[in-house]
Design a protein around this ligand. Structure first.
Ligand SMILES: [Zn+2]
Length: 174
């Protein structure tokens, strides 16, 4: 069990597409455990491997993270892919553990079908709706080097990234 450091801009890894996992082995399962530990500790509802500095196509999600009154709904997905997206869209106020203290509205398909490999290497496919649909799309974007702020205007994006970088510099010097 280990809580990993979450990377922030301008770390170039966040802009790079992650590599597909070739074999689901104990190293991958250990990384997934660390990702859950890191996500729950933050707390956050989703995390991609690249956010802990491992550019592999793996995401974890639990929309009940940080809510002790609700049953956990953990998902670990290896090589996740959106295979179908609804035409109807939903706008949600998103945030990201790699872009701390920034929240803004992003429009995305309201429902998506996702295909992935589970921790045993078995193929899974499921339809996601509501917050899980938003979260799984946000996390899959990370595996492609996309941050949610990339959907915002250039002006907003630059302002937000400046804020994140300034905060990281202050943490380093304090
Ligand atoms: Zn994120």
């Amino acid at each position: 069990m280990a809580i990993r450091k979450i990377i922030t801009p301008p770390n170039p890894l966040l802009k790079q597409p992650s590599l597909k996992v070739q074999e689901v082995d104990d190293n991958i399962r250990a990384l997934i455990r660390d990702m859950f530990d890191t996500m729950y500790a933050a707390p956050g509802i989703g995390l991609a491997a690249v956010q802990v500095g491992e550019p592999l196509s793996i995401i974890v999600m639990d929309i009940h993270s940080g809510d002790k009154d609700k049953e956990p709904r953990p998902y670990a997905m290896i090589n996740p892919e959106v295979v179908w997206a609804s035409d109807n869209k939903v706008t949600y106020q998103e945030g990201c553990l790699s872009v701390p203290d920034v929240y803004d509205e992003v429009e995305r398909p309201a429902e998506v079908k996702v295909r992935w490999l589970d921790e045993q290497g078995n193929e899974r496919e499921q339809l996601f709706t509501g917050l899980e649909a938003v979260c799984v799309q946000h996390e899959i974007d990370h595996t492609k080097g996309i941050l949610f702020v990339d959907y915002l205007s250039r002006l907003k994006r630059e302002r937000y990234l400046k804020k994140v970088i300034k905060r990281a510099q202050q943490e380093m010097t304090s």
